[in-house]
Design a protein around this ligand. Structure first.
Ligand SMILES: *Cc1c(COP(=O)(O)O)cnc(C)c1O
Length: 405
């Protein structure tokens, strides 16, 4: 057999391919230059062969590209690759993770709809629901993530959407996604899962019964802290509404960022595996140290949802949170005593990051809301990167020495 190819799709042979093969090759098309890597189409518009051709493309009667707010070949490759990895019918790329949540709600919900959100979601997500969606007549209530009965009890006849992050940030709580999907579907609601912390390398919400997957591609999909982007994935029935909103409103993904994410996806599982191995090692070590009151990591047998995590994830992720003895002052001393880790709220980077949630990511919450979510003043969150694990541990030991009296 030779390697003859026509310009066009290269992935028609990938139906039965494994995750790593899809991560490297799904969605790629080859152009007339016979390029090996995915081409980067930095173009805002496309040309037509004639006025009639333009009319047909604009009308959707012919398949040609029109304008990069509508479609872009590099972005499309990224969308097809993510859909293949998540096991979703279709994926739609957005300019950020927040734009993905915005596009999902704007395209699938209307004034008068009721949305249930897990209590412990990303800070900006809460602000989006509380300050903006509510203004347009959408009702929003918050439910404790792990308690599926509470979700059922909080449903109303107009409940349209469940929105969760599992595992949650920063405390690594989980929900049984299959059980929650059943509750949502009994209600006629859709279940959306923000899969940012796990990525499809560790968890596939669609296969567990969720209807929609949300990503901040800014995190592990990029993996090296370079670009912002997001994804909404799910069934074509819903995704065509999301595409309609994005084309009109405009928070679409830059082709340059899509190209960077394609490179990120090629190493996604290898990176996640390395992140998880280091995180487990450090969480285990931290749990044994004086000065540490509690460690939150689903990979630890002491985590109350360790068994569920083993069932629905193939790894435990790279975010390790812990409480130190001595309150906020001690937490700040810990952070300031480290030398290697970056003090920043970002995560999903090769560089390990350390942050104090109560005064940064959750700083705008009321003290009562923080208490209810279990985010104490002595909590520190570390997003374990890809440095030598011994060096990260040495750095954590510097922090610990500053906490101990
Ligand atoms: C970062 C993050 C977001 C928002 O993504 P951006 O790309 O920063 O807009 C949403 N959900 C989770 C869980 C995140 O960590």
């Amino acid at each position: 057999m030779s390697h003859e190819w026509d310009a066009g799709r290269l992935d028609s042979e990938l139906q039965n391919a494994g995750f790593d093969t899809l991560a490297v090759r799904a969605g790629q098309r080859r152009g007339p230059e016979a390029e090996h890597g995915e081409a980067l189409f930095l173009t805002s518009s496309y040309v037509f062969r004639s006025a009639a051709d333009a009319a047909a493309c604009f009308a959707g009667d012919a398949p040609g590209n029109v304008y990069s707010r509508y479609m872009n070949p590099t972005v499309r490759t990224f969308e097809e690759r993510i859909a293949a990895l998540e096991g979703a019918e279709q994926a739609v790329a957005t300019s950020s993770g927040m734009a993905a949540i915005l596009a999902m709600v704007m395209s699938l919900c209307s004034a008068g709809d009721h949305i249930l959100v897990s209590r412990s979601v990303f800070g900006a997500t809460v602000t989006l629901f509380e300050k903006y969606f509510k203004r347009f007549g959408v009702e929003v209530d918050y439910v404790t993530l792990a308690d599926t009965q509470a979700w059922q009890a909080a449903c109303k006849p107009n409940t349209r959407l469940f929105f969760v992050e599992s595992p949650s940030n920063p405390l690594a709580e989980l929900v049984d996604i299959a059980a929650l999907a059943e509750v949502a579907h009994q209600q006629g609601a859709l279940l959306a899962v923000d899969n940012c912390f796990c990525t499809p390398a560790l968890q596939k919400p669609v296969e567990l019964g969720a209807d929609i997957v949300i990503h901040s591609a800014t995190k592990y999909i990029d993996g090296q802290g370079r670009c912002l982007g997001g994804v909404v994935a799910g069934r074509s029935e819903q995704m065509k509404e999301v595409v309609g909103f994005l084309r009109t409103a405009g928070p679409t993904l830059s082709p340059f960022n899509a190209w960077v994410f394609l490179k990120g996806l090629e190493t996604l599982r290898l990176r996640m595996q390395a992140h998880c191995a280091s995180a487990l090692q450090l969480a285990t070590w931290l749990e044994q140290q004086d000065g540490i009151e509690k460690v939150y990591y689903a990979g630890l047998p002491t985590h109350p949802q360790h068994e569920l995590a083993k069932q629905q994830q193939t790894g435990f992720g790279a975010v390790v949170s812990f409480e130190v003895s001595g309150g906020k002052a001690a937490a700040w001393r810990f952070i300031d005593a480290t030398r290697l880790m970056s003090i920043t709220a970002n995560l999903g980077d090769a560089k390990t990051t350390i942050t104090h949630p109560a005064t940064t990511t959750h700083g705008r919450w009321t003290p009562e809301a923080r208490a209810e979510a279990g985010i104490q003043d002595n909590l520190i969150r570390v997003a374990v990167g890809l440095e030598e694990v011994a060096d990260i541990q040495t750095d954590l030991a510097l922090g610990l020495a500053a906490v101990r009296p």
